[in-house]
Structures are given as structure tokens and as C-alpha cells.
Design a protein around this ligand. Structure first.
Ligand code: ASP
Ligand code: MG
Length: 649
């Protein structure tokens, strides 16, 4: 017997018939021997309707009253679902967030969950009742029991937080799509349903999956190791499991404001190869990394940025022992690239043996731009210059001088309050185990299938389910993680480049600290490899992408600071698209990047910017080529299937 939290979204409870169908599903789950807590959203588009009403009355409605208003939507659903359960003979009781004891921050309309009391729910469960809880809402325990809401889409977060607090066996998110897909089916007809995805991959694919699953819900699932499955409430299909590595044990208090950073990692076993002044035209990255892959050399970070608007710099890191071979490839290719160029500008290869990569990692950094800025500031304080920056949703890595590594790691551990782990070498140097994308043993995962055994996905007899469950268990656990799980397209970013930023410790901290201060999240960050001496100071360009809606604000902030901090022009390109591939299996697997670049090169799509993190590679291309790029890359990795996935959006 398992304890299961089932969450039903707005469309799943959108009508009387749908509510009755939910009640039947819940009833069957209980009949199969499970205890069930149901979390529901407001019916259909109720919340949208309430928001509209508020705006018809006030241009900027009071946030407290907004919470009072919006929380009613879920209250309607819990009562109706509870009644429907009672009608089918299933004892049930509805509870609001406050009645459960879901306490949140005192931040109206965007509160984060602090704690969930479990006693009242457990008492009802023990009496054989299904407990139906209102999603998306909570209360402030300190100030007059105010009602709060968690932000739009927040009932997923309520459900996973409840599952964590109750130590439920797993959490099911029922929605109107069959699960998580390899890409957006509206853009790529061949998109396929995934059987499983890791929570890290899911977080990196936020732009792809956010509509299906609230990123904050994934963050809680990852932090507390809650197995999660996204399924359709219209069918009996298995859906997509979101699996998490065994989490670091943490208390069930301050649930959503847990530490932003869990790990400080470093790797001193890296070397850097830079190619300067390569032509800005399709096929260059494909040629270089195609050859690197043929030599079976594993590449870790790759960055490419444009310099002075006409040639590119490409830099990448490899394991030290392969540096000579990587350099040989780069040197052999440089003249080929050079032949395309004007005689006076030559591609140039520079290698650097003595480098280290330091990273901070943690799901809590999502949506908190201050975390990366704090890393840069910390490095600046101890005088460490940053050579390369790589950012992802849940990790920021900086390439620095090897000699600075110990100092950098100590400062970062101190700044982010990370305990020094006992045995130095073993604990930190095994990067791949810390990345925890690949389970070391099958049960490194907080293991959904073990619990799955008792559960009846197809609602057959228990004995039947037992065997099916066991099969599911071996297949889910032993599948190797593919190099590419999904492909995402983001058309809502723009690129900013700051020219001639003085090359000294602290500049990244300044730039990204300023932006973070104004709550502007930065996505891909790239520093050019080339330095130019102007006014006796070595300078580099720094380029990065931000959300389109932040363009105006960011331009203003950076231009105001330009004189004081001594950098040049801020240049905007707002016609970009970013395509990204994500997959936990690309770690230590040569050739993945090359395949992506080749797919683009074959169709003459120019890559303007490249940035990677361990499990993600992103290319910025011209906006009008974004969709085509997505389709080509999706096909190149063999993600296409013949089954047509119906999605009603
Ligand atoms: N009803 C809320 C909304 O529409 C919460 C949710 O559905 O997750 O945003
Ligand atoms: Mg939703």
C-alpha cells in the first residue's frame, strides 16, 4: 500500500463530468489499496476569469484582495470533488490550504511555502478518507492568518510540497497532455512522449516543460527526492516519470526557501583551447567539433562569441590528458579556416594547461539572479579573474587559473555556507557523481518503481499489477540516460553585448550584480577570448542573453554604469532565437555537440553564439531560423517518432 498525492489541473476538473471522472479514478486508486491525497486547481479557466474581473475594477488590484479572490477558485473545486467522491461511496473531506496548515511567506500573490502541517491530513487518512486539498494557496502564520497564493500555476507546487511533507511514495500530476514531450509538438509534428526524464533535465528544459509542470514543483521534487509522474487525466497511459537523484537530507521547514546552492565543485583536470578570429559563417563549429569528435576527444565547456562584429572566437575545455590531441586538431583546422579569410586576419590557436573549473550547483538558484552575481562577487573579493563563464538553470561554472582554485573554492564554500566535506579528494573530485545525472547503482534514485509495485497504473487486479510493476521497475531503472532527451526553442530572449569591458577581477560581479539587483535574470553568458588594449587597459567583450521583457531596463542600467565602470557601448540584438539540447547522458560522451552543429551547418544556419553546461548545449541563431533549427536538431538526434501526439493548446 502506498501513499499517493494526485494533483488534477483546471482542465481535469473543468466540468461536472470531468469531476466525476476524477472521482472514479481516485476511487479506483483507493480500491487498489492506496491512501490518496488529492490536490486540485480551480475549474477550467476560472482563475483567468477572476483575474479579469479584478482588472475590470482596478488597474492594479490590491495584492491581498487578489489572493482573497483567486483562492476561491480552488475552494469551489475541492468541495465538488469531495462531493463526487462521496457519491461514488468513497469517504472524503475537503480542506483549504489554511485548514491543512500550509504556511507561506507573507508575500501576497507569489508566496513560497515554508512548512506544511501533516497531522490533520494524516488523521483523516487513517480514518480511511480521501483528503481533497486546495492547491495554489496557503496562509501566513504570523500575521492574522492571512490567505496567500503561490503564483499562477502554483497548484503543482502545492502537490509536490504536500508529497514531500507527507513523505508520500510518489506524486501524480494529472493534466490534459500525455506527459513531457521531446519538444514542442506545435512546432515539430514528430515530437515524442518521454517515459522518463531526470529532474535536472526537466529544470534545464524549463522553457519546454514549464507549461506542463511548474518549475518550483520540480525544484521541490529534486530537493526532497519526490518521485513525480505527469499523466493525462483523459487516458490510462503511463505518462512521464520525473526522477531525482538521492537528495541530501534536509528538514521540512523553509521548504521553498531552502539554500540556493547545495554544492561547490571543482575540477582541476581541465585545459582550454581557444581559436581566435575564425570566420563568422555556417559550418565552422561543425568542422572543428566534428574533427574533435572523430578523434574521440570529450569536450566539456564550449563557448563561441562574436568579436567586433565580424569574426568569432571559439573556446573549449577538455580533460588535460587530451589537450595535445585537441590542440593538434585545432591547429590543423586553423589554416583551413584561415584560407577563407582575408590574408591579414588569421585564425590563431592558444592553449592553456593550467586552468580549473569551479561550479556552484543547486535547484534553489532558479529565478534568483542574485546567486550567480554572488558567485562572481565572491571570486572578485579574493582577486580571482574569471576566464570563461557557463550558466545553466541549476549551475554556474567559471573557468579560472589553476593557481587560484583552492582560494576560490574556499571562498565560495564560505559564501554559500557549504560544509567542508570530510575526505577532500573523494568527495569533490568525482564530478560525474556529483552531477548525479547517472545513478551509480540503480537505487541511487529515490526510486519511483519500488513504490510503483503496489500501485496499479492500469487499475487491474493487484497480483497483475505486482508483476507489471516489477517489470516497470527494472526497465525504468536500468535504462541508460540518453545523450539528448529533449530540444527546446526560446524566442523570448534578446542578446546584449557590452564592448570593451576592462579585463580584471570583479567586472562580471559588477555587471551581473547590477542586473540581479534589478531582478533581471541572465541566461547565457559569454566573454570573448580576445583582449584588446585600449587606453592602456586590456579589455574584452561580454555578451549574454536576457528575457525580451527586460531589454529596456537592462540597457538603461548598463548604459548608466558605463562611464563609471569604464566599459564601452552596449549593443542589442533582438532578433535571436536560442535552441538547446538537454540530456544527462551527454556528460563524457564525445560527439554530441558536433552532431548539433553539423545539423545546422548542413542547412547553412549560422551559429551566432554557443554556450554549454554539463547537460545542455545552446546555440543562438537568427530568429527567423529558430523553428527550422529546432526541427533539424530534433531530427538529427533521432528523437522523431511516427506517433502523433495530440495537444490542445
Ligand atoms: N488556479 C491557479 C492558476 O490558474 C493555480 C493552478 O492552476 O495551478 O494559476
Ligand atoms: Mg498547471
Amino acid at each position: 500500500m502506498a501513499l499517493i498525492v494526485q494533483k488534477y489541473g483546471g482542465s481535469s476538473v473543468g466540468s461536472v463530468e470531468r469531476i466525476q471522472s476524477v472521482a472514479r479514478r481516485v476511487y479506483k486508486t483507493v480500491q487498489a489499496g492506496n491512501s490518496v491525497v488529492v490536490v486540485v486547481s480551480a475549474m477550467g479557466k476560472t482563475t483567468d476569469g477572476l483575474v479579469k474581473l479584478a482588472h475590470d475594477i482596478s488597474l492594479s488590484p490590491n495584492r491581498r484582495e487578489m489572493d482573497m479572490l483567486l483562492s476561491t477558485g480552488e475552494q469551489v473545486s475541492i468541495a465538488l470533488v469531495s462531493m463526487a467522491l462521496q457519491e461514488v461511496g468513497q469517504p472524503a473531506i475537503s480542506l483549504t490550504g489554511a485548514q491543512v496548515g500550509i504556511t507561506t511567506e507573507a508575500e501576497h500573490t507569489r508566496a513560497r511555502i515554508l512548512h506544511i502541517a501533516t497531522a490533520r491530513i494524516e488523521r483523516h487518512l487513517n480514518q480511511g478518507k480521501v483528503v481533497v486539498v486546495a492547491g495554489f494557496q496557503g496562509m501566513v502564520s504570523t500575521e492574522d492568518w492571512e490567505i496567500t497564493t503561490l503564483g499562477r500555476g502554483g497548484s503543482d507546487t502545492s502537490a509536490v510540497a504536500l508529497a514531500a511533507a507527507l513523505r508520500a511514495d510518489f506524486c501524480e500530476i494529472y493534466t490534459d497532455v500525455p506527459g513531457i514531450l521531446t519538444t514542442d509538438p506545435r512546432l515539430v509534428a514528430e515530437a515524442q512522449l518521454l517515459d522518463e526524464i531526470t529532474s535536472n533535465e526537466m529544470l534545464e528544459l524549463a522553457s519546454l516543460g514549464a507549461k506542463v509542470l511548474h518549475p518550483r514543483a520540480v525544484e521541490i521534487a529534486r530537493n526532497y527526492g519526490v518521485p513525480l509522474v505527469v499523466r493525462s487525466s483523459w487516458t490510462e497511459e503511463k505518462g512521464t516519470w520525473v526522477i531525482s537523484p538521492q537528495p541530501i537530507p534536509r528538514a521540512l521547514i523553509n521548504l521553498e526557501i531552502a539554500r540556493a546552492v547545495d554544492h561547490v565543485e571543482f575540477d582541476t583536470n581541465q585545459a582550454k583551447v581557444s581559436l581566435l578570429r575564425v570566420p563568422d559563417k555556417p559550418g565552422v563549429a561543425a568542422k572543428l567539433f566534428g574533427e574533435i569528435a572523430r578523434q574521440n576527444i570529450d569536450v566539456d565547456l564550449i563557448i563561441q562569441s562574436i568579436h567586433d562584429g565580424n569574426t568569432n572566437d571559439i573556446a573549449f575545455t577538455v580533460i588535460s590528458s587530451t589537450l595535445n590531441r585537441a590542440e593538434a586538431v585545432a591547429s590543423a583546422i586553423a589554416p583551413v579556416l584561415r584560407s577563407d579569410r582575408e590574408a591579414h586576419e588569421q585564425a590563431e590557436v592558444i592553449v592553456k594547461q593550467e586552468i580549473a573549473k569551479v561550479s556552484i550547483a543547486g535547484a534553489g538558484m532558479i529565478g534568483r539572479p542574485g546567486v550567480a552575481a554572488k558567485m562572481f562577487a565572491t571570486l572578485a573579493e579574493v582577486g580571482v579573474n574569471i576566464q570563461m563563464i557557463s550558466t545553466s538553470e541549476v549551475k554556474v561554472s567559471c573557468v579560472i587559473d589553476n593557481a587560484d582554485c583552492d582560494r576560490a573554492v574556499a571562498a565560495l564554500r564560505h559564501a554559500f555556507e557549504i560544509e567542508q566535506s570530510g575526505s577532500e579528494g573523494a568527495a569533490i573530485c568525482s564530478l560525474s557523481s556529483l552531477n548525479a545525472e547517472l545513478p551509480l547503482t540503480p537505487n541511487t534514485y529515490a526510486d519511483p518503481p519500488t513504490h510503483y509495485n503496489g500501485f496499479v497504473p492500469q487499475f487491474g487486479s493487484n497480483a497483475d499489477a505486482q508483476t507489471k510493476g516489477t517489470q516497470a521497475s527494472s526497465s525504468v531503472n536500468l535504462l541508460p540516460i540518453p545523450p539528448v532527451r529533449g530540444v527546446a526553442l526560446d524566442m523570448n530572449q534578446v542578446r546584449l553585448a557590452i564592448r570593451q569591458v576592462p579585463d580584471r577581477a570583479g567586472m562580471a560581479a559588477k555587471i551581473f550584480g547590477l542586473l540581479a539587483h534589478h531582478n533581471i535574470s541572465v541566461d547565457t553568458i559569454i566573454q570573448s577570448q580576445r583582449c584588446r588594449i585600449i587606453d592602456g587597459i586590456p579589455r574584452r567583450d561580454i555578451a549574454f542573453t536576457i528575457a525580451r521583457m527586460d531589454t529596456q531596463a537592462a540597457m538603461e542600467i548598463l548604459n548608466v554604469a558605463a562611464t563609471e565602470l569604464g566599459w564601452g557601448e552596449v549593443v542589442l540584438d533582438d532578433a535571436i532565437a536560442k535552441v538547446s539540447i538537454v540530456g544527462g547522458g551527454m556528460v563524457r560522451q564525445p560527439g554530441v555537440a558536433a552532431k548539433m552543429f553539423e545539423a545546422l551547418a548542413q542547412h547553412q544556419i549560422n551559429i551566432q553564439m554557443i554556450a554549454t553546461s554539463e547537460i545542455k548545449i545552446s546555440c543562438v541563431v537568427a530568429q527567423e531560423q529558430g523553428v527550422k533549427a529546432l526541427q533539424l536538431i530534433h531530427a538529427a538526434f533521432g528523437l522523431a517518432g511516427s506517433e502523433k501526439i495530440q495537444v490542445s493548446v
